[in-house]
Design a protein around this ligand. Structure first.
Ligand SMILES: [Zn+2]
Length: 498
C-alpha cells in the first residue's frame, strides 16, 4: 500500500514531464527558430538578410535624394544584378536596412528608370541612355535641322512645298538610315545618362562629348581658308559654328571658332527632286581658209552656250549628295557653235617662218571629261576630315563615254574591277577601274570608277579621245566619274581648269 502511494506522484510527474517535452519539441520550434526573411543577393552572391523587402526598397529610395535631384526623377531603384528572395531559415541573423544598404552601396550603383536607345547600322550598334523619349526626339530633330533647312522640313511635313514651275527643288522623302529602337530599362546611375537636350544633340552629331577644338582667328583668315586648313568642309564649319550663316561672313582677328570634326551617329537621308538650268556647251568647228597662212587662226563666230533644263533625283546623306540620276532634260535654247577659221596658205620658200603648222590657240583650253548633261555631286573639298581631292560627276548614265580632257599620254591603267562595285570595295585602291593620263608640266589626271577602259599604258591621247566609259567600280555609291587633277603631286580643284 505504501509503495503504491509513494509511486503516484512519480507517475504524475513523469506524465507531466513527457507532456512538457512533447510541447517543447513540437510547438516551440515554430515560434522561435524558423523565420521568414529576405535574402539579398548581388550578382548571385549573398550579402545578408533583411526582415522586409518593401522596407529595404523604401529605404533605398529615401536614401537616394542626391541621385533624384541630379537626374530630376521621383524614384531610385535597386541596382541591376540585385535579387531579393523570400526564404525560411533557422538562422535568425537579420541585418537592418541601413546595414544592407551600405553593403550594396559599397559594391554597386543604384538605378533609375529610363530608356536605352539602340542605333543599329551596318557598322554595328551604339547604345545611348536617356531619361525622356521626347528629349531624344527633339535632339534628333536638331540634328536634322543641321543638315536640312528648318523651313524646308516644315513645308515637307505639312505638304506645303512650292511646286516647281521652272526650276527648283522639292523634298520627296526624309528618313534615318539606321534602325533605332527605344526600350524602357533600369539604368545604372554610374553610366552616362543623357538628360540634357543640347548635350545629347552634340553627342549625336560628334559621336563624342569631348570634341571642342578651337582655333583663334589670325589676320587674313576667311571661313574658307580656316575650314580648308583644318580639314573641314565649309558646310561643316557652318554646322559647328552656327553663329555664322554663310561662308562670306567675316571673321575678326582673335575670335575663337570651333574646328571640331563632326561624325554623326545617325544618317539623315533626304531624297530631292531637282530641276535646274545648266549650260548646253557649244562646240568649236574649224573651217579651212585659204586666204590665211598656215598657223594663223581667226574666230569667225563666237560660241554662245545654250541652256538645258535638267531634272534629277539626288539622295543626300547628312547633307552630302550621292551620285545623281538624271530623269529628264530639255533644251531651252540651242548653243551657237564657235567657228574658227584656219589658214591653209603655205609660206613662200623665202619667208622667215621656220616652225611647223601647229595652232597655238588650243593650249590652256581643256575639254570636259563627260557627255552633257551632267551633275557635279561632290566638289573638291574637305569632308569628315579628309580631302575629296577631285570632283564627282554623275547623271550621264552607266556606260556613257569618258573623254580625255587634253592631249597627253596614258601612264597607268587598272581595268580588272567589276563595273558595278560597292561602297567599301578595295578594287583599284577603291577607285575601281582607273585611267591616269599625263598632260605635261607635271599635270596628271585620274579618271576613276570606270566601267570599261579603252586605252592602254603608253598610248597617246588627244582632247576628246574616248578613254573608257562611266561606271560604278571600286568603292562607290552609284554611277559616277571621280575626276582628279594633280600638278607635281599636289591636288588642284578641277573646276579651276574651266
Ligand atoms: Zn570622288
Amino acid at each position: 500500500m505504501d509503495k503504491i502511494k509513494q509511486n503516484i506522484p512519480i507517475a504524475i510527474s513523469l506524465i507531466i514531464a513527457i507532456a512538457f517535452i512533447t510541447i517543447i519539441g513540437i510547438v516551440t520550434p515554430q515560434d522561435n527558430n524558423i523565420k521568414e526573411v529576405y535574402n539579398v543577393y548581388l550578382d548571385g552572391k549573398l550579402l545578408g538578410s533583411v526582415k522586409s523587402k518593401d522596407a529595404l526598397e523604401k529605404y533605398i529610395d529615401n536614401e537616394q535624394k542626391e541621385l533624384k535631384e541630379e537626374f530630376g526623377v521621383k524614384k531610385v531603384y535597386k541596382p541591376n544584378g540585385l535579387d531579393i528572395e523570400k526564404c525560411l531559415t533557422h538562422n535568425a541573423k537579420v541585418l537592418s536596412e541601413k546595414q544592407i544598404y551600405n553593403k550594396i552601396k559599397e559594391k554597386t550603383s543604384f538605378t533609375i528608370k529610363g530608356y536605352v536607345v539602340t542605333i543599329k547600322s551596318d557598322d554595328g550598334e551604339e547604345k545611348i541612355n536617356i531619361l525622356d523619349k521626347k528629349m531624344f526626339n527633339n535632339a534628333v530633330n536638331k540634328v536634322l535641322n543641321v543638315f536640312v533647312n528648318k523651313k524646308d522640313v516644315k513645308n515637307y511635313k505639312n505638304d506645303t512645298q512650292t511646286p516647281i514651275e521652272t526650276t527648283g527643288t522639292l523634298i520627296e522623302d526624309i528618313s534615318i538610315e539606321e534602325k533605332i529602337t527605344i526600350t524602357e530599362s533600369y539604368i545604372s546611375t554610374d553610366e552616362v545618362i543623357f538628360d540634357d537636350e543640347t548635350l545629347l544633340t552634340k553627342y549625336l552629331l560628334f559621336g563624342s562629348l569631348d570634341k571642342d577644338e578651337e582655333y583663334t582667328v589670325q589676320p587674313g583668315d576667311t571661313i574658307e581658308t580656316v575650314s580648308f586648313n583644318n580639314k573641314l568642309g565649309v558646310e561643316e564649319f557652318l554646322i559647328v559654328n552656327p553663329e555664322f550663316t554663310n561662308s562670306n561672313n567675316l571673321l575678326s582677328v582673335g575670335q575663337k571658332v570651333n574646328i571640331s570634326l563632326i561624325d554623326p551617329m545617325i544618317s539623315i537621308i533626304v531624297q530631292k527632286h531637282v530641276v535646274e538650268d545648266m549650260p548646253k556647251t557649244y562646240e568649236t568647228i574649224t573651217k579651212d581658209d585659204d586666204t590665211m597662212y598656215q598657223g594663223q587662226t581667226k574666230v569667225q563666230t563666237e560660241g554662245v552656250n545654250g541652256v538645258q533644263r535638267v531634272t534629277s533625283k539626288v539622295k543626300y546623306v547628312n547633307g552630302q549628295a550621292e551620285p545623281a540620276i538624271i530623269t529628264n532634260y530639255t533644251t531651252i535654247t540651242e548653243p551657237i557653235n564657235k567657228v574658227v577659221l584656219k589658214g591653209t596658205k603655205t609660206y613662200s620658200a623665202y619667208g622667215s617662218y621656220s616652225g611647223g603648222g601647229t595652232p597655238a590657240v588650243t593650249s590652256g583650253i581643256w575639254g570636259w571629261p563627260t557627255v552633257s548633261p551632267y551633275i557635279v555631286t561632290s566638289e573638291f573639298k574637305y569632308r569628315w576630315g579628309r580631302l575629296h581631292a577631285g570632283i564627282d560627276i554623275s547623271g550621264c548614265g552607266f556606260g556613257s563615254p569618258i573623254y580625255s580632257i587634253g592631249n597627253g599620254v596614258v601612264t597607268e591603267v587598272t581595268s580588272n574591277c567589276p563595273g558595278q562595285g560597292y561602297y567599301g570595295s578595295k578594287c583599284g585602291g577603291g577607285y575601281g577601274n582607273v585611267v591616269y593620263a599625263s598632260y605635261g608640266n607635271g599635270m596628271i589626271v585620274k579618271y576613276g570608277h570606270l566601267n570599261t577602259v579603252t586605252v592602254h599604258v603608253g598610248q597617246s591621247i588627244s582632247r576628246g579621245t574616248v578613254i573608257g566609259t562611266m561606271g560604278n567600280s571600286g568603292s562607290s555609291t552609284g554611277t559616277h566619274l571621280h575626276f582628279e587633277v594633280r600638278v607635281n603631286g599636289n591636288p588642284v580643284n578641277p573646276r579651276t581648269l574651266y
